[in-house]
Structures are given as structure tokens and as C-alpha cells.
Ligand binder design. Structure first.
Ligand SMILES: [Zn+2]
Length: 552
């Protein structure tokens, strides 16, 4: 509560002086002082209120949310960010893949049966009623990684056209426990299943199966089984999603061992061998045939986009992002509440963009570069709104200086730390550190780097197209209560609020001081970047550096 009181006093002092000078003009806060707890309270009450129906994409909740956002931006004097529109349409498709309950693999006269959900899951993003895979040979492609900065290429000399690659989950650094390989324990993007699907498609494979192993995956087979069978929401691309592999899926480690035993090739020690640079991919001589039946429903959701143009460098951009969506109305909890309000996740980030818009539009001297406010849809369904923006950028990525992403701010008061997810990736760390110092705070790297949180919110889609991205908030050490109290609050949030109807805004118990302070910090970073002409870079060893600086 202390911090809030301080700001209030400061504002009053400023207001008296201004009134005295001009004699008539009433006080309007400028810049950082425009970001206030009262502002957050007003937006959170609306965004996380039951009237907004949990902000589910394609619902009345979406209409109310995107209208509220455009109205807020328009009232503040922001310009539309997409030509003369505040919207970017995001075409999506809900696909249900029906997969045979049992498939048979063949190696000449020998065969092996695989049971759906028990041994494997599979689906297809192709918008086609029937997708056929005919006698596609299985190839073991190690980790399925092509990483020039680590001089690593699992596809070297391999033609996988029409074939189905089987690849290990995570990356060689994690599984070998060798801190010199990749980033050791910390997961790189090459370790994520999404990367493995993308790389297999780039290589022209017809199918890709990721080998599940609980420890390097970070979750049990149950999670894979439940997430990948049934209906899924995807982006709809112009090629009817045919740039993806026909077949995407997972397979258990024990079934993989059986498959490799069926092969005439000797797969002894394949797991360890794949973690060495000398590893060569191995064909199995085993073929897979499968037919997948797809049913789908198309719908369009919206990203909201608004700008404050720069004064001298309007064609250079800094993008603030936050996802507006949550889960809408779903399964009721024990109290009968079925509205997933998503107050912390992510009404806080959405409200922060409104506060930041207030700060930038109230500057006495307009900032030099253009500030973009991008409020994206369908983060909860797999970062889809930001992925769509990254694939269809309105502002050229090479002219985009940085992304600052805000997702689920904690509401237990001011914090002594600033936790940077993906610490060490880019020079934005230095900006964050300087801004944190001004607030008498210290930097903490991500406490769970092995879980790959850097790849789990919208900033990651900007990183993928080379834009340096910052994802940071106080979340470790409370000014009142310290590390112990914050851990209790974080655990309570995970257990009792996260992705549940109980993620609700309560003005009586929420302490907005930390949220205000974090948002002021995002403002200071963006303001500095918007005026100093600097182009922050990815650091040495970052998997995104080569995308931004291909000549290096
Ligand atoms: Zn979430």
C-alpha cells in the first residue's frame, strides 16, 4: 500500500503547481504518472466482470471485449493500427481428427500393432476430409534439430520426402546433462515439440512423431494423450494448412523401442548416440499407412491493434502485447461458478496496455518512434493470435525494435524483484535491469528455465521472427512478506485460481501496487527505446540471433 500512497501524494503536488502556473488548466498526469491503481481498478472491473463472459474467442464475450478495447484506445486518441481499422482478423479452424483405433506397422513379413491413445496420438491440420499416409517409411532423425549456431544438423544428407520422422523430445543439452551442449538444463526452442513439427515440415516429411519420455518432456503421457485427442483450435492458412506435415503426433518411448527392435537396422544405444554431433539419422525399413478423417469448423476472431505514431521515426516500431482472451464459460466449479473471468490471466496485461496508452498519449513531448498496442486473441489455445500476427505482420519485423509482452501480473503488492523469463536471450535484459534499478528492484532469472516458459506466451512468436522480446514481471520477492510469502501466494494461485473460474478480480483483497510498478517499468523501457535510436540485439548463443542477423 505504501507505493500507491506515494504516487498519490506526488500527483497532488504536481497538480497544485500546474494549476498555479496556468491559472485555469486542470491537472492531467503526464507520462509515467498516468499509470495508476485507479486506472487498473476501472479496467479490471470491466474486463474481468461477469458481463464479459470470460472473454472466450468467437463469443459475445469477444465482441464486448474488443469493442471495449477499441473504444478505450479511440477515446485516448490512439490511431487505428491496421490501415483504418483497429482490428486484425484472425481466421481459425476447429478440427476434429478421427484416427484408427489400431494401426499396423510392417517390416516385410513382420508386423507390429499400435493402439491409439495407449501407444500413440496423431492428428492432422490439413483441411481435407480424408488424409492418407501410404507406406510411409519411418526414419529416426535424432532430436530433429537443425541449429547452425550449435553446428548441429540431424537432417544432414537425409531425404525425408514422403517419410515419417521419429524424433526425441527436448534437446541434447537436457538429456545429456552436459552444460556445454546447447544450453544444458535450460530448454532451448529446439526442445519444444512445436519446433520439431515445424522443422519436419520444412524438411518435407509427410509425418512426424515425437517420442514421449516423461522427464525430458516435463509431463506424463496422460497430458499428451488428453491434449492431442479430440478437437483442437488452429490457425487457418491460405494453403488449407498443407504446409504442415500431413500427420503430427506423439508415440510412447516403450513402443518406440519395440519399433526399433522390429527393424533390421541396429538401434542399440540410439538414445545416447542421438546426443552426439556425429549422430547420423537412421532409416528403419518399417512402413506406416494410416487414414485420418477430418471434420472442421471455421471462424474468425480478432486481434486489436492501435498506435501512437512517433514524431521523427514513425516507421520504427515498439510493440506492447497482451492477450485479451480467456476460457469463456465452461465447466462450473464446486460453487457453481462457470465464468472463467481470467482476472490475473490476462485482464491485468490487457488493462496494462490501456494504462500504457494513457501514459504515451499524455507525454508532453511526443516520443520519436511509433508505439504499437497489440491485444491478441487465442493465447490460451496455443498463442494463436500472436502467431497469426507474426505470420502476417502489419509492421515489418526488421523495422520493429522490440516487443514487450505482459501476461498475468501478480496482485499481492509491490515486489523487490523483476523476474525475467528467458534471461540472457537479448539486450532487453539490460534495459529491464536499468529500469528495475530506478525502482530499487533487483533482477532474477526464470526460476524454472528447464520448463521452457520462454516459449509459452505471446512474446515468443515475436522472437521467432527475430524481434527481441521481453517477458518479465515481479514474481519472486514481496516488499512486504519477502520470498516466503510470495511463494505461498504463487502456490495458492497455481492451485486455486490459475485457469479456474476463481481467477476473479476482488478490489478488497487485490493489492495493485506491484501491477502499477511493473507497468511503469514497461513504460520506462518503451519510452527509452522510442527515443534513443538503439536496436537491441539478441545475445550470443540465442537461437533467435541468426533470424535477426542472418549475415552473422
Ligand atoms: Zn492462461
Amino acid at each position: 500500500m505504501q507505493f500507491q500512497t506515494k504516487i498519490l501524494l506526488l500527483s497532488l503536488t504536481v497538480s497544485v503547481i500546474i494549476t498555479a502556473c496556468t491559472g485555469e488548466k486542470s491537472y492531467t498526469p503526464t507520462g509515467v504518472s498516468a499509470i495508476t491503481a485507479d486506472g487498473f481498478d476501472a479496467s479490471l472491473t470491466i474486463l474481468a466482470g461477469d458481463d464479459f463472459l470470460g472473454r472466450g474467442p468467437f463469443t459475445e464475450g469477444e465482441t464486448r471485449t474488443v469493442n471495449y478495447l477499441t473504444e478505450s484506445f479511440r477515446n485516448l486518441g490512439l490511431e487505428p493500427g491496421n490501415g483504418n481499422s483497429y482490428f486484425q482478423d484472425v481466421p481459425m479452424v476447429k478440427i476434429t481428427s478421427t484416427v484408427p483405433n489400431e494401426i499396423t506397422l510392417f517390416n516385410n513379413e513382420n508386423s507390429l500393432k499400435l493402439t491409439y491413445r495407449k501407444d500413440f496420438v496423431a492428428f492432422s491440420q490439413w483441411l481435407q476430409p480424408e488424409i492418407l499416409l501410404e507406406s510411409s517409411e519411418l526414419v529416426f532423425a535424432g532430436y530433429g534439430i537443425v541449429a547452425p549456431e550449435y553446428d548441429w544438423d540431424d537432417y544432414k544428407g537425409l531425404d525425408v520426402n514422403g517419410k515419417t520422422v521419429i524424433v526425441l523430445v527436448n534437446d541434447p543439452g537436457f538429456t545429456s546433462e552436459n552444460s556445454e551442449l546447447f544450453k544444458g538444463e535450460a530448454m532451448t526452442y529446439y526442445g519444444r515439440w512445436t519446433y520439431k513439427y515445424e522443422e519436419a515440415a520444412r524438411q518435407g516429411a509427410a509425418g512426424v512423431l515425437v517420442i514421449h519420455d516423461t522427464e525430458p518432456a516435463g509431463y506424463p503421457w496422460e497430458v499428451v494423450k488428453n491434449s492431442w485427442s479430440g478437437t483442437g483450435l488452429y490457425l487457418k492458412s491460405n494453403d488449407e494448412n498443407q504446409s504442415h506435415c500431413k500427420l503430427e503426433g506423439w508415440i510412447t518411448k516403450s513402443k518406440t523401442d519395440e519399433i526399433f527392435n522390429l527393424s533390421n537396422t541396429d538401434f542399440t544405444g540410439y538414445f545416447e548416440n542421438a546426443g552426439s554431433k556425429d549422430f547420423k539419422s537412421m532409416p528403419t525399413g518399417i512402413t506406416l499407412s494410416m487414414s485420418i478423417l477430418n471434420e472442421w469448423h471455421e471462424d474468425v476472431s480478432k486481434n486489436v491493434i492501435a498506435i501512437v505514431p512517433g514524431s521523427t521515426n514513425p516507421d520504427e516500431y515498439i510493440i506492447y502485447s497482451a492477450h485479451w482472451d480467456h476460457f469463456g464459460i465452461g465447466i462450473p466449479d464446486s460453487e457453481g461458478d462457470s465464468i472463467y473471468n481470467g482476472a490475473s490471466d490476462n485482464a491485468t496485461g490487457t488493462a496494462a496496455l490501456i494504462e500504457l496508452a494513457k501514459a504515451f498519449t499524455s507525454l508532453e513531448t511526443q516520443q520519436k518512434r511509433t508505439i504499437v498496442f497489440l491485444v491478441v486473441t487465442a493465447e490460451e489455445q496455443g498463442l494463436l493470435g500472436s502467431a497469426y500476427y507474426a505470420q502476417n505482420p502489419i509492421y515489418p519485423p526488421e523495422k520493429t525494435v522490440a516487443n514487450i509482452n505482459i501476461d498475468a501480473l501478480p496482485y499481492y503488492g509491490a515486489l523487490k524483484d523483476l523476474t525475467i523469463i528467458g534471461y540472457g536471450q537479448s539486450e532487453l535484459d539490460d534495459y529491464a535491469e536499468a529500469a528495475a534499478k530506478q525502482q530499487d528492484r533487483y533482477i532474477v532469472p526464470d526460476q524454472n528455465a528447464g520448463k521452457g516458459y520462454f516459449f509459452r506466451s505471446d512474446h515468443f512468436n515475436f522472437a521467432k521472427i527475430g524481434i527481441p522480446a521481453l517477458y518479465a514481471s515481479g514474481s519472486y520477492d514481496l516488499r512486504e512478506g519477502g520470498i516466503k510469502k510470495m511463494k505461498e501466494m504463487n502456490d495458492d494461485y497455481e492451485m486455486n485460481h490459475y485457469h479456474l473460474p476463481a481467477d476473479e478480480y476482488d478490489p478488497d483483497t487485490w493489492n495493485l501496487d506491484g501491477i502499477v510498478e511493473d507497468t511503469q517499468l514497461y513504460f520506462e523501457i518503451g519510452l527509452k527505446l522510442s527515443n534513443n535510436g538503439d536496436w537491441p540485439r539478441w545475445k550470443e548463443g540465442s537461437e533467435f540471433k541468426a533470424i535477426r542477423e542472418p549475415e552473422m
